[in-house]
Structure formats: C-alpha cells, structure tokens
Design a protein around this ligand. Structure first.
Ligand SMILES: [Zn+2]
Length: 194
C-alpha cells in the first residue's frame, strides 16, 4: 500500500533460459536472490518525501515487514492478542470464504494504532476492509512477474502468486512475500467511507 516518493523500481536487464529467469549481471543476480533462491525485484532510491498509498508496498519494505511480522505501515511489531495477530485487509472483489480462512495475503499485519489510521489514509482500505485475528500465517510463496519459458509467445504475467514448491518459481521475479492466513477470527467489517 505504501511507497515513498523517491523510491523506484527500475527494470534491470533480465535473461530467461530453460532453467529460469536471471539478472544478466551475475553480481546483481546473486545479490537479488533470497535463501530459497527466489529472484527479487531490484530497488534503488531512498525513502524521501511523502508516502504514496498505492496498490503494493515497496518491495524491500514489504518483504522486511512480512518476513518479520512487522506492521505494514510503521514497521513496529504487529499487534497480537489471545486470538492471534492483527491483519487489516481490503474487501476483495472475488468471492472469499466468509471466515477468511486460507486467504493469501501480500499485505503484512498491523499494529493497533495503524489499524485505526491506515483505513483513513489508504484508498484500498477506505473502500471497505476487514479486521482479522490470525493464529497461523505461513510464508507460502511470492507475488511477482512470471516470465514465460523460452519459445513461448505468452506475455509475462505481472501479478502472479507463485508458491515455493511450484515448478514455475524459477521463472518469477518476486515483488512481495505472501502468507496464507489460517485459524482466522473475523473481528469486524468496515464499509466504504466516502
Ligand atoms: Zn503500525
């Protein structure tokens, strides 16, 4: 949801072979891979200026928050209580299990203060959101750009969710870590605010 003006995600030259996608520069490629060998989008620039509430968090910030279970907005530890960790998610267009069980989220959890302020600032949440308490949130994969295999005439898929055990994982450039939410308690729904 939040990027900062001054941050940008330029496209570095990529090479797609039968074994997967890689940055053409081997040093860049090595730096951009995580412990799973997943290739991540490269980011430059520093956070300056004002936050921009866009559809996705900045990749570095999102990954740090998601992997460390830090607040999506302020990077403090996310709120926990006896029912689990606090997640605030936009209402999705597609049908979701009414219990929100098994939802895959690229949005990190939140702290209590941000769960109040973020829906006022973020357009996606302002259009309606749900507050959840979540007991299990396993990292299951990434959201990113999925490149077609060599010889295919398909265009790259820009918003592909690819699981860690998927055979297509070598062909993705990840932008966001994805967790699957389980043992979910729905706390409240909020309708769109004008
Ligand atoms: Zn916060």
């Amino acid at each position: 949801m939040t990027s900062w003006t001054g941050e940008s995600t330029p496209a570095a030259p990529l090479t797609v072979t039968a074994s997967g996608v890689a940055y053409t520069d081997p040093l860049q490629d090595a730096v951009a891979r995580d412990l799973h060998g997943v290739l991540w989008a490269l980011c430059t620039g520093t956070a300056t200026g004002k936050p921009e509430y866009t559809a996705e968090l900045h990749p570095d910030r999102q990954r740090t928050a998601m992997e460390g279970l830090l607040c999506a907005c302020c990077s403090q530890p996310a709120a926990r209580n006896k029912d689990g960790m606090l997640w605030v998610l936009p209402l999705l267009d597609d049908a979701v299990d009414p219990r929100w069980e098994g939802v895959r989220s690229a949005i990190p959890p939140m702290c209590e203060p941000c769960s109040v302020s973020a829906p006022l600032l973020c357009p996606r949440l302002r259009d309606g959101h749900v507050l959840l308490r979540v007991r299990e949130a396993e990292l299951i994969g990434v959201l990113g750009t999925l490149y077609p295999r060599p010889g295919s005439h398909d265009a790259p898929g820009h918003d592909a969710v690819v699981l860690y055990d998927s055979p297509t994982m070598p062909f993705v450039v990840a932008r966001q870590a994805v967790r699957e939410l389980r043992r979910v308690t729905v706390v409240a729904f909020a309708a769109a605010t004008p």
